[in-house]
Design a protein around this ligand. Structure first.
Ligand code: GDP
Length: 363
């Protein structure tokens, strides 16, 4: 994940840094060398006057940060000249455009781009930035800003499941997003952790959906509760919960039909499932590679039924990563897992630190 975005960020940051080095207004500020211990009494005599601003012609290299010690006053004073750069707001707007294009190309949502821009502006505009540290400063600001995209409160799914029996989990998302595969992966994970589950085939709409889920149930050795196609999906969920209660099972995993978020009838049907099953957790499954579409779908499902968490499937084939960077910030819901392949084991806990690392922004 993030192969493209990482490359783009790297190139853009270094292009921006170079431009700032070359074009931003330069200031030279003087400060005492930290290692120099001045005699106490002489301190007042030392002229702490700031040197006038030094404007350096475009592209002129300042080779040395430190200059020859200059003697002043009674004992003389050694000062260090620090060359800094300042970016004006107008320059920032121009520079950010490069980053904005890189983020847009990688499916990062407009809201997120707006946040990153505001954060960087706060950190960079009209602030003296030490020469040679411009790239680092931009990287640090970006790292902080992107880190804040994942502040939606997360939880340990395996822990909360143990708080209620049966724990009812309902999965929503559009067709083809990887919902059925993800449910099977979760059932597999639960089994590995010693937790029992039952599947509910509440997608009674899509052809072959019940057979697909039955195949997973058989492979995993767990029970599937199913009715006929076209029957009431809420009734299937209800029966699965009753089954779990009677068998003392830990978890009920409810599959739902892949509603296009614009399909009002199917959305209403899904609301009915939620009303009847009263799930403890509503998980939106979205396809990482669809970028902004995935974010929009998550928003719509949240508006319709109120999602609690997100699983992003197909992260293994997503080289951009825009959805992963955006969906949690836009919906204020945590990403709890990512799908990284087609096998049952290919489910990984989401780790925002890893996002920062994979974007090449970690220390
Ligand atoms: P549903 O229609 O939302 O239930 O989607 P499915 O579970 O049927 O998945 C659609 C396709 O995506 C299938 O071919 C899955 O094998 C594939 N798929 C699901 N999750 C992943 C994943 O994490 N990585 C990859 N590479 N493929 C996945």
């Amino acid at each position: 994940m993030f192969k493209f975005l990482k490359e783009k960020l790297k190139n853009t940051i270094s292009r921006i840094s170079k431009k700032v080095e070359d074009e931003a207004e330069e200031e030279v500020i003087e400060k005492p060398r930290p290692e120099e211990k001045r005699p106490e009494k002489e301190e007042e005599k030392i002229e702490e006057k700031k040197k006038p601003e030094v404007k350096i012609e475009k592209k002129k290299e300042v080779k040395e940060e430190k200059v020859e010690p200059e003697k002043k006053g009674f004992l003389g004073k050694i000062k260090e000249k620090v060359a800094t750069k300042k970016i004006s707001e107008a320059q920032f707007e121009e520079l950010f455009w490069n980053l904005e294009v890189a983020l847009l190309e990688n499916n990062v949502a407009a809201e997120v781009i707006g946040k990153i821009k505001e954060d960087l502006k706060q950190e960079l505009v009209e602030k003296p930035i030490r020469r040679m540290k411009i790239e680092k400063t931009i990287e640090e600001s970006l790292k902080k800003s992107i880190g804040e995209l994942f502040e939606a409160e997360s939880f340990d799914m395996l822990e909360i499941i143990k708080q209620k029996k049966p724990f009812v989990k309902c999965f929503v998302g559009i067709n083809g997003s990887g919902k059925t595969t993800t449910i099977a992966k979760i059932a597999h994970l639960l089994k590995e952790k010693g937790l029992s589950s039952v599947l509910a085939a509440s997608d009674t709409f899509r052809a072959a959906s019940i057979e697909q889920l039955q195949k997973h149930a058989d492979s995993l050795g767990i029970k599937l509760i199913k009715h006929d196609y076209g029957s009431d999906p809420a009734a299937v969920a209800f029966d699965a919960i009753k089954h779990a209660e009677s068998k003392n099972l830990d978890v009920v995993l409810i599959d739902t039909a892949g509603r296009m978020h614009a399909n009002v009838n199917l959305m209403d049907e899904m609301k009915k499932i939620i009303r009847v099953a009263k799930p403890d957790l509503k998980v939106f499954v979205g396809e990482s590679i669809t970028g902004n579409d995935c974010v929009e779908q998550a928003k719509k499902f949240d508006e319709a039924v109120g999602i609690d968490a997100i699983i992003l499937s197909k992260a293994d084939v997503d080289e951009k990563g825009g959805a992963a960077v955006s969906v949690s910030y836009v919906t204020k819901k945590p990403i709890i897992y990512i799908g990284i392949g087609q096998e049952y084991k290919d489910l990984k806990e989401f780790d925002s630190e890893l996002v920062i690392k994979n974007l090449g922004l970690a220390a």
